[in-house]
Structures are given as structure tokens and as C-alpha cells.
Design a binder for this molecule. Structure first.
Ligand SMILES: [Cu+2]
Length: 264
């Protein structure tokens, strides 16, 4: 009886803790509300199953408690119960997976008007490259990386000369503008993650990965590396500042281009 009661309390306690927990998501700052929705659906389904299983266990502990003279009956097959459990489990698993597939399709379909911004990760800092007046990023090659050319921009490619180079400093982005984040790493695996944007992606040396998002509110947001990348991993932080269009232009005009960096 006491164990059955403890099991019921575990369920009640878990639900109460979930409702009153001080830990919850940071307020969202991007278009990815659907990612929160999939998590909420997951919480509802797993929460309901958790409560159902534990309460069933509590009921069994109470209902079939030891009574002198009572013996257990062995029932290896029960078709009706097996069909019922398979169908309910199948629906539950499909409901967990299907919303994610819909959101993932959006996540990998970059809008045509997205601006390309490059993030270059290295142990242990974040660098960025923004397209210059031509609106295009020039080609790069990691073999061209030097102290003066930290991103390995190809000096022979005219499109790269006006690219803006932000080295180990905050990235500014304008509110409401979809951005495609092109992710490069020049050493080990990293992962670009801003919790408020609800978007992240691994950065893999030798390839360019990406994700896209649209900032929906101004403010300063912390960038974290979400892939253990060496002893400095926990210090691999940065800032993204979402500006109004006017503030963004002011910041943008102050940045150094690749051409001006190579002259100095
Ligand atoms: Cu890292």
C-alpha cells in the first residue's frame, strides 16, 4: 500500500514540478516557434505515458498485493491486449516523430530572400564574414588562412575583397531579415547555438553546414558552442546583437573589409 502511494506521489510531484519549475526555455527571439511546439507535443505525450504507466503500476501493486492463498496465473499470449498496445504505441510514436519531420522540412528550406552570413569557428572563438556592397561572399580556402587573413578569403576573387571580417567580436544582424548562417570550422567539431533562436547546427571541418532563421526581436543574445571541442569549450562564447535596420547599417559601416585588412 505504501509503495502504491509513493508511486502516485511520484506522478503528482512530477506534474506539479513541471508546472511550477523555475527552469524553462529562454523567451524566443526567432521565427522557430514551431520547434517549441514540437517540444511541447513531446512533453504532453511522454508526460501522459509516464503518468499512465506509473499509475497502472501503482494500481497493480495495490490490486494484486500479497494475500495468503492467492496464486498467480500465467498467461503467455493475449492477442487482444497485444493489438491494442501495438496500435496505441504506434500512434504515440508517430505523434512524436511526425511534427518534427514537418518542422525539419522548413528548417532545411532556406527562403529566397535570406542573406548569407558566414560563421567561422576555431578553438575557441567565433569569427564572422558578411557580404560587402556586392551582396556576395567571396570564395575561401582554409589553406589561405594566415594571421592577416584569418578566414582564408581568396584574394584572387573580387567578390571577397569587400567582405566584412569580424574577428572574435559580436555579430550584429537586422531584425526581421531572414539569414542563412553558413557554418565553417577550421579545426575540430563545433556547434553554433543561440538558445533564443531555437536553431543550431554542427560545424564540421572540411565542409560547410548551414541553418536559417529570422530574428524577431532586438536585443543581445549569447552564442554557445554546443559541441565539446577541447579544454576551452566552456569559454567558447560570443554575442549576437539584433538591431533595428538603422542601427545595423551604422554598425555595418564601421566594419573592416577584407581589402582594408590586407592593406593595414
Ligand atoms: Cu567549440
Amino acid at each position: 500500500m505504501a509503495i502504491a502511494l509513493v508511486l502516485v506521489l511520484v506522478v503528482v510531484g512530477s506534474i506539479v514540478f513541471h508546472i511550477f519549475s523555475p527552469w524553462w526555455w529562454t523567451p524566443i527571439a526567432s521565427n522557430w516557434g514551431t520547434i517549441d511546439a514540437t517540444l511541447t507535443i513531446t512533453f504532453w505525450i511522454t508526460g501522459a505515458v509516464f503518468a499512465a504507466v506509473i499509475l497502472f503500476l501503482a494500481w497493480c501493486v495495490y490490486r494484486y498485493r500479497h494475500t495468503p492463498g492467492r496464486v498467480a496465473a500465467y498467461q503467455p499470449e493475449n492477442k487482444k491486449l497485444e493489438i491494442w498496445l501495438t496500435v496505441v504505441t504506434g500512434i504515440g510514436v508517430a505523434a512524436l516523430l511526425a511534427p518534427g519531420l514537418v518542422v525539419w522540412a522548413d528548417y532545411v528550406t532556406v527562403p529566397d530572400d535570406a542573406v548569407e552570413i558566414e560563421v567561422v569557428a576555431l578553438q575557441w572563438q567565433w569569427n564572422y564574414r558578411l557580404p560587402g556592397a556586392d551582396g556576395k561572399l567571396g570564395t575561401v580556402d582554409n589553406r589561405l588562412i594566415t594571421f592577416e587573413n584569418p578566414l582564408g578569403i581568396n584574394p584572387g576573387d573580387k567578390a571577397g575583397l569587400d567582405d566584412l571580417v569580424i574577428e572574435a567580436d559580436a555579430l550584429h544582424l537586422p531584425i526581421g531579415q531572414p539569414v542563412k548562417m553558413l557554418l565553417r570550422s577550421i579545426d575540430v567539431l563545433h556547434d553554433y547555438y543561440v538558445p533564443e533562436f531555437r536553431a543550431k547546427m554542427d560545424m564540421v571541418p572540411g565542409t560547410v553546414t548551414y541553418f536559417w532563421f529570422t530574428p524577431t526581436r532586438t536585443g543581445t543574445f549569447e552564442v554557445l558552442c554546443a559541441e565539446l571541442c577541447g579544454v576551452g569549450h566552456s569559454f567558447m562564447r560570443g554575442e549576437v546583437i539584433i538591431d533595428t535596420e538603422e542601427d545595423f547599417q551604422i554598425w555595418r559601416d564601421e566594419q573592416e573589409t577584407f581589402a582594408s585588412l590586407s592593406e593595414s
